[in-house]
Design a protein around this ligand. Structure first.
Ligand SMILES: O=P(O)(O)O[C@@H]1[C@@H](OP(=O)(O)O)[C@H](OP(=O)(O)O)[C@H](O)[C@H](OP(=O)(O)O)[C@H]1OP(=O)(O)O
Ligand SMILES: Nc1ncnc2c1ncn2[C@@H]1O[C@H](COP(=O)(O)OP(=O)(O)OP(=O)(O)O)[C@@H](O)[C@H]1O
Length: 456
């Protein structure tokens, strides 16, 4: 591959750890970069007093290709390839994109110019080639969070009423309002999205549009048209941003016939199209099964963590914490998880005490895989086909909705490994979320939809 030039790349988005830029240079001279994005690590502007341990780009890549792709399915996970990057390219790019980045993010971190490699990935926000007889590409990015209720017998009785009936996302919303990180609670409940039931999936999607926070974004040809930043503050009743979204969607979907819904007509059709896509794909079930690899709940897992640390202090080599994701033990954990039936092994305190170190490590490894999947994002891209006949790009999936034919593509992104040493923090966070909920929340005004109702 020829040397990369900063002017060929445009800012797409970023999270806490990475910046993503898309290729906008000359495709004829760089055919291998057409439809690609670079995902590049950031480094903090001010070095933290205690350096934060992270995995390298190479370790993240091994984790994704060897463990997460088999767990969720290759069709949803695009690991791309690792490409070497020159420091001069990174410095130029960092300056070039600064004006496009949110000010808050620029103050906190910049491109890691000392990094030597980045992930070159398929642009799953714009997976289709544009031609005159198709619409623009619309992509919805959803960060679904935790789509299950725990069942672990390790949950302390004083926490059980809350934790067994209210999901972690909905409980967390109360704490986030209280500490000022959000200004109002969302009605979005992950249990709806993962319910497998049409009206609940649609309800989840409508709630995401109403209060996007960092859980939903919509892109049109790679440009964000709905993000949490566009939504008005809680003290405003303005729905102008939803009307603007509706105006964009006129170019993708027909208006819904039923105008009784609270949402404008094209948003309604869009939500119903997305729900249908999500319901016909096995992805949400796979994500939920992977999240349920958190068998013991953090309340049970923390005890296991302590007993492992006691017998095998961190600092000594061990596959569980030194980031050797190519170790056979890690692959075995994934294979065993896939081979098991969907029901989690129910372990008692007595069973856990009798486990060997390796057996405990395997349970913790499953928890860490689940932690990755609890924090990933789904990207659903859709394009309307003008001719209802054959689509020449046969590798895309198709759906007919509201009398219109679409091609679509579904992918999962942000699947980095989580740190073993974060487990005590997860335990503290859980305690704080649940305690705050029990002390301050009013059950009757919590938006959590609760577990799926058994079929009548
Ligand atoms: O703990 P949570 O549920 O708040 O999740 C964190 C996310 O917060 P949010 O989705 O806004 O609630 C948080 O997202 P934001 O930075 O708030 O956008 C990160 O994704 C964080 O991951 P990491 O620790 O940086 O690897 C996430 O932390 P992990 O718990 O996944 O490690
Ligand atoms: N393969 C891809 N194609 C198109 N856009 C992508 C792709 N991967 C990521 N993005 C976009 O870039 C944004 C940032 O990427 P990503 O979520 O991986 O960053 P992160 O820093 O790892 O996030 P987090 O803070 O959640 O850990 C995503 O929210 C998404 O909008």
């Amino acid at each position: 591959m020829q040397a990369l030039r900063a002017e060929d790349w445009s800012y797409r988005g970023e999270g806490a750890a990475n910046i993503v830029v898309s290729f906008t240079g000359d495709q004829a001279s760089n055919p291998e970069l057409e439809g690609k994005v670079l995902r590049i690590r950031k480094s903090p502007v001010v070095a933290p007093s205690e350096p934060r341990q992270t995995f390298s780009t190479e370790q993240n890549y091994a984790y994704l290709t060897r463990l997460i792709a088999p767990l969720l399915g290759d069709e949803y996970v695009n690991a791309g390839q690792l490409v070497p990057l020159a420091a001069t390219f990174l410095q130029d790019l960092d300056q070039r994109i600064a004006a496009e980045r949110p000010a808050k993010r620029v103050q906190a971190a910049r491109l890691d110019c000392a990094g030597s490699a980045a992930q070159l990935l398929r642009d799953v926000g714009r997976p289709f080639i544009q031609s005159h007889d198709q619409s623009d590409t619309f992509c919805v990015e959803i960060k679904p969070k935790w789509g299950f209720l725990p069942t672990s017998s390790f949950i302390h009785p004083s926490n059980a009423t809350a934790k067994l009936s209210k999901c972690r996302y909905c409980m967390h919303q109360w704490l986030k309002v209280s500490n000022g990180s959000i200004d109002r609670r969302s009605r979005y409940c992950p249990l709806d999205l993962f319910s497998g039931t049409r009206h609940r999936v649609e309800r989840a999607l409508h709630s995401l549009v109403d209060v996007p926070q960092n859980n939903v974004r919509v892109f049109r040809n790679g440009r964000a048209i709905l993000t949490g930043d566009k939504a008005p503050p809680a003290d405003s009743n303005s729905r102008a941003y939803i009307a603007e979204l509706d105006r964009h969607l006129v170019d993708l979907v027909p208006a819904a016939a039923d105008d009784s819904d609270a949402q404008p007509p094209h948003v309604q059709t869009f939500v119903s199209l997305l729900a249908e896509i999500l319901l016909q794909e096995p992805l949400l079930q796979r994500l939920q099964a992977a999240q349920r690899l958190d068998h013991l709940d953090i309340e049970g897992l923390k005890g296991l963590y302590d007993s492992v640390i006691e017998r095998h202090p961190v600092g000594q080599d061990h596959w569980l914490w030194d980031g050797r994701f190519d170790a056979p033990e890690w692959s075995r954990v994934v294979q065993q998880a896939l081979a098991r039936s969907s029901t989690a092994p129910s372990l008692s305190v007595h069973d856990v005490a009798a486990l060997s170190l390796d057996e405990k490590a395997a349970i913790i490894a499953e928890y860490l895989l689940a932690a990755t999947v609890k924090d990933c994002s789904i990207m659903v891209s859709v394009q309307r086909l003008s001719t209802p006949s054959e689509d020449p790009a046969t590798h895309f999936k198709h759906i007919t909705h509201s009398g219109t034919r679409f091609r679509y593509h579904v992918a999962v992104v942000d699947l980095d490994p989580k740190l073993f040493r974060n487990i005590p923090k997860y335990h503290r966070d859980d305690g704080e979320i649940v305690q705050h909920y029990m002390d301050h929340a009013d059950d009757s005004t919590c938006y959590c939809s609760g577990p799926a109702q058994p079929a009548q």
